[in-house]
Design a protein around this ligand. Structure first.
Ligand code: OGA
Ligand code: MN
Length: 216
């Protein structure tokens, strides 16, 4: 197993813990997932995107245009299309490439790629309880959410128990550089209404080579 993803002793211990938690509970949380400098520039980039209006209203279901449902989700999203456009995204790509390898070797998975979506939840934004896999479409295997700003009030991620989807396993504050990872087919989760602006990047590791991008 490759443990030296970020090249530091501390990081490999974090990674070991993450894999252990993921294995035993289906989800894991890790703080300081990226350093302050990268965090700061990503957030800047992200805010720029938002002011340039390249966000779409987040949609629900396969055909987002027809199934846009404000009752389930209220946020704005933008897909990352070009990982080579700026060095910050390239750095993130290196990190995610490493995770894909580690997840494959540790869990005997056959993840082949990932897709990432920036999300902005304005004040009052939320995302009701859901699973990241649509029945019959099993290509999203692992979800990784990286929080990019200090969301001061509300906007917690509620993670439900793998074996009892009515039971709350944890209520997680979206703190800057915090990352939550879980098996997409197993963990129900929900974003509580936020009272402060909330920026995050959700990445789905998939086991198909290509296919339609599913919105929800
Ligand atoms: C999602 C999601 C959780 C979060 O994008 O599917 O559930 O905390 N995000 O942003
Ligand atoms: Mn989700």
């Amino acid at each position: 197993m490759e443990l030296n993803l970020v090249g530091e002793e501390k990081s490999s211990r974090h990674l070991e813990q993450l894999l252990l938690d993921l294995e035993t509970t289906g989800w894991a949380k890790v703080d300081n997932f990226i350093d302050q400098k990268l965090l700061f520039s990503l957030l800047e980039l992200f805010k720029n995107e938002l002011s340039n209006d390249s966000f779409e209203s987040a949609a629900v279901g396969v055909d987002w245009r027809n199934r846009l449902d404000k009752g389930i989700r209220h946020s704005q999203v933008s897909w990352i299309e070009d990982w080579h456009s700026v060095s910050e995204l390239q750095q993130l790509k290196n990190l995610f490439d490493g995770y894909l390898e580690v997840l494959n070797s540790h869990f005997y998975m056959s993840l082949k790629r990932y897709e990432s979506q920036l999300a902005f939840y304005p004040q009052g934004g939320y995302y009701k309880k859901h699973l990241d896999q649509i029945k019959g479409r099993n290509n999203r295997q692992v979800t990784m959410v990286l929080y990019l700003n200090e969301c001061e009030e509300g906007g917690e991620l509620v993670v439900y128990d793998r074996d009892d989807k009515m039971k709350v396993a944890s209520t997680i504050k979206p703190l800057a550089a915090r990352c939550v990872i879980f098996f997409s087919s197993q963990i129900y989760h929900e974003v509580l209404p936020t009272f402060s602006p909330r920026f995050s990047l959700t990445t789905w590791f998939r086991d198909d080579l290509d296919g339609i991008r599913i919105e929800f």
